[in-house]
Design a binder for this molecule. Structure first.
Ligand code: PPS
Length: 295
């Protein structure tokens, strides 16, 4: 079954590809910060939302930011999501305004920050300082599907036009940007279990979005009224986020960043054989972790 996802040597390469300490990256992940994480001037009251791509990061960040603003939407409405929430390792010349390092330096504390760095490349000073951290994870089949659509629309990944089956092979062979989902989630999971990290699953958030808002508010120590919790939850509902021009990427033609927002879209993409082969690898990789996901 290992050969099922065999990758051919002519698989798709992202612009400026490089591999750093076992993780595959495109040029938009600034190599300098991987080599020198001390460049980040972390503050003890920084709060991070950490995730593997396509796991519900943007949703979680919007919820957290509104909670930190006690439900006041004026700040959230005032600028694009990427202007308000630095993605700390991001730098892409086409969008210089979203330079993560520069943006985080200009923010007032307490800062809300996004990172998709694996544990071994995450700035260690943030862990030592005990910065607040919300980790959001999603079942890897839906992550692969969401990521496939993202690859086709975002300039950072070049001009990708592959089939899903080819993308899945790259996903299973650590050749998508940010590397292997299993390595990423399982490494972080070991840390999360022993530390004060809020761990959220995308599937739980979909099932009970209000509970997710409550969990984030409690974790960040914001005592908000039921009415404010309801308003924040509603403001960040899928339909409202999809229609929200400062979250969805209206300015990039053809880009559907807030796409489908469902559990189980993988059923529309995986063949039965792919799903069975994936399940075997999933069982093998996840066994003994105590972590499981709903499909
Ligand atoms: S990224 O690019 O890594 O930051 O993407 P990320 O934000 O982690 O994940 C994008 C997926 O999350 C879905 N999404 C939502 N689902 C439900 N409710 C809300 N409010 C919501 N906001 C974003 C988004 O549609 C992507 O999933 P797919 O499956 O592609 O629709």
């Amino acid at each position: 079954m290992a050969d099922f996802f065999k990758l051919y040597s002519d698989y798709y390469r992202v612009p400026g590809e490089y591999t750093f300490k076992g993780v595959y990256y495109a040029s938009y992940v600034r190599k300098e910060v991987l080599e020198r994480p001390d460049i980040f001037k972390i503050k003890p009251d920084d709060c991070f939302v950490v995730s593997y791509p396509k796991s519900g990061t943007t949703w979680t960040l919007e919820l957290a930011q509104l909670i930190m603003n006690k439900g006041d939407t004026s700040h959230t409405e005032s600028a694009h999501h990427f202007d308000r929430v630095p993605y700390i390792e991001y730098y892409y010349p086409k969008f210089p305004q979203w330079d993560g390092l520069k943006l985080m330096e200009g923010l007032k504390s307490p800062r809300l920050l996004k990172s998709q760095l694996p544990l071994h490349l995450f700035p260690p000073q943030a862990l030592e300082m005990g910065c607040k951290m919300i980790f959001v994870a999603r079942n890897p089949k839906d992550v692969a599907v969401s990521y496939y659509h993202f690859y086709q629309t975002v300039p950072e990944y070049g001009d990708y036009k592959g089939q899903f089956s080819d993308f899945l092979k790259m996903f299973m062979n650590k050749k998508v940007v940010h590397g292997d989902w299993f390595d990423f989630v399982l490494d972080w999971w070991k840390y999360i279990k022993d530390n004060n990290v809020l761990f959220l699953k995308y599937e739980d958030m979909i099932k009970n979005p209000r509970a997710a808002t409550m969990k984030i508010a409690n974790y960040l120590n914001y005592d908000l009224s039921d009415d404010v919790i309801d308003r924040i939850t509603d403001y960040c509902s899928f339909d409202k986020m999809k229609a929200n021009k400062v979250v969805n990427f209206e300015e990039i033609e053809g880009h559907e960043f807030i796409r489908k927002g469902q559990k189980g879209d993988w059923r529309n993409h995986f063949t039965v054989a792919e799903s069975e082969a994936f399940d075997k690898i999933y069982e093998e990789r996840m066994k003994d972790s105590g972590l499981s996901f709903e499909w």
